[in-house]
Design a protein around this ligand. Sequence first.
Ligand SMILES: C[S@@+](CC[C@H](N)C(=O)[O-])C[C@H]1O[C@@H](n2cnc3c(N)ncnc32)[C@H](O)[C@@H]1O
Ligand SMILES: [Zn+2]
Length: 284
Amino acid sequence: MLADVVEHLICPVCADGLDRGDRALRCRGGHTFDIARQGYVSLLVGSRVPGTADGAAMVAAREAFLGAGHFGPLAEAVAGACRTGAEVACPAGAAVVADAGAGTGYYLAGALDRLPGAVGIALDVSKHAIRRAARAHPRLGAVVADVWRPLPVGSDSVDVLLNVFAPRNGAEFARVLRGDGTLIVVTPTSRHLAPLVERLGLLSVDESKERRVAESLGGHFLETGRGLHEFGMTLERGAVAAVVGMGPSAWHTDPGAMRTKIMELPETSEVAASFRLSTFRPRL
Ligand SMILES: C[S@@+](CC[C@H](N)C(=O)[O-])C[C@H]1O[C@@H](n2cnc3c(N)ncnc32)[C@H](O)[C@@H]1O
Ligand SMILES: [Zn+2]
């Protein structure tokens, strides 16, 4: 719930702390942000939502696919890395875990399950995603925010920051993390979703992705660990449609043509999941 994390949130207009009123968060300067019926708050100032926000259909596809457990081994790996990070930063257990580009809150909720007493802040620019994240875990507060702008999170307040297939802002990530905090970044490798990528003509991950991740964080973070996580999935056509619908190809393909291609697949497909999980600590 928002009440669990409001002490770590700041006003996106004046950067002052926020207090929780009946139906809104308020700073001392009088800036007020309504709490939505579904329990989340938008701390996005101005009306411009970046074009990268996931739409309703993408979020529904993501919830269906993740809910079926197909990426379960990755959620386990992320939760394990969060626990290690939290134990370093916060041995007493009351860690603050944030997720930048949290989507439906799936990975953050998995981490909170493994960290009794920790609280979570889900940040995403998509209202559709944040609405779902708001009910992903009882100790999670969900906030609409843009990773490309100053994050509405206090400096030095986060013990573990997650970033799973989502945009990165090295300077802001370093500001909100405590000096002994951990940043966990998950990116797909070029083998992710083989052989569907080729068979369906999906957007592929280019080989320079890893270099770009390092470049975007390099000035602010030092890499402390890196692991490859790969597993096989047996996907029925419905699950294939969901994984396509939740991914970047959903922006660029004609849905009718994609449906036809998916119907031409065998009843089930063997598909690879392949991710890189890297951990970083802030440069002091
Ligand atoms: C590929 S999804 C990953 C979601 C989640 N981490 C997961 O793996 O299930 C990318 C997410 O980043 C969000 N996003 C895109 N641009 C953003 C921005 N500028 N600020 C915050 N979130 C953003 C999208 O709305 C979407 O939920
Ligand atoms: Zn304010």
